[in-house]
Design a protein. Structure first.
Length: 255
């Protein structure tokens, strides 16, 4: 491809990327949107991140370390998004061989790709899965309810096929009580719809259900005021309500 052709293709691409309200044509006044600094560096950073879109590298070293150790018969893997990622398991479950494999922002599709390296290969006795709120928020694009539930079903069946007990967690509520309004991106009705499916599927699949929703929801179905600093992520008080729910569900799964 010649340099002239590359320039032409780049120009055409820029036209395609511009919205309909700004057609590719000459303008009378030059008034483009403000450009950020160091775009070349940003583009390079994004390109590098896309090489590990599912973030398999996040826990790779720690996975290798755990695999080199004797398998703990009581090991439990917590798989999830930022709510799991931000949970200090050692603080809330002292002395327990619980492994945190949460990654902020992830959807069920990304977690499905991580099931083997971050869960199955660690040979845990149980998997506790909290996932779906970022699918509702379209973190990796729009999805149907069926697409989300099939990802959860695939994660569950993969774990069970390898002798791992599964705990499925109801999604936590969100609220608009803090400066960050959360219900627009995560409509409560959509959370309830996915939670209804999780209840039904857990029973059908022989999985244990961990109900985080009920202790965290107020009378309006919002995340209780004072139990989150941003209307989405539980704070210390929120995790204090979740911990006994998780512990009881894990005990039931391993019984």
């Amino acid at each position: 491809m010649t340099k002239r052709t590359r320039i032409l293709l780049l120009s055409m691409s820029s036209c395609l990327l511009v919205g309909r309200s700004a057609p590719c044509q000459l303008v009378e006044q030059f008034n483009p949107p403000k450009a950020n600094c160091c775009l070349a560096g940003l583009a390079q950073s994004l390109a590098e991140q896309l090489q590990d879109w599912n973030q398999l590298g996040r826990y790779h070293a720690d996975d290798e370390r755990l695999k080199a150790q004797p398998v703990d018969p009581h090991r439990v893997v917590f798989l999830g998004d930022s709510i799991t990622d931000g949970w200090d398991l050692a603080r809330y479950f002292p002395g327990k061989p619980y492994v945190n494999r949460g990654i902020s922002g992830q959807t069920t599709a990304q977690m499905l790709v991580r099931v083997f390296p971050d869960v199955i290969d660690l040979k845990p006795a149980a998997l506790i899965l909290l996932a779906g709120t970022n699918d509702i928020a379209r973190n990796t694009g729009p999805q149907t309810l069926t697409m989300v539930t099939e990802n959860i079903q695939a994660i569950t069946e993969l774990a069970q096929a390898h002798g791992i007990k599964v705990v499925l967690c109801l999604l936590t509520p969100v609220s608009d009580y803090t400066p960050r309004k959360q219900t627009e991106r995560r409509p409560p009705a959509h959370i309830l719809k996915l939670n209804t499916w999780l209840r039904e599927y857990a029973s059908r699949a022989g999985a244990v259900l961990a109900d985080y929703y009920s202790p965290l929801a107020d009378a309006q179905g919002m995340l209780r005021e004072g139990y989150s600093d941003d209307g989405l992520h539980p704070n210390a008080k929120g995790y204090e309500l979740m911990a006994p729910v998780a512990e009881a569900a894990i005990e039931q799964a391993l019984r």
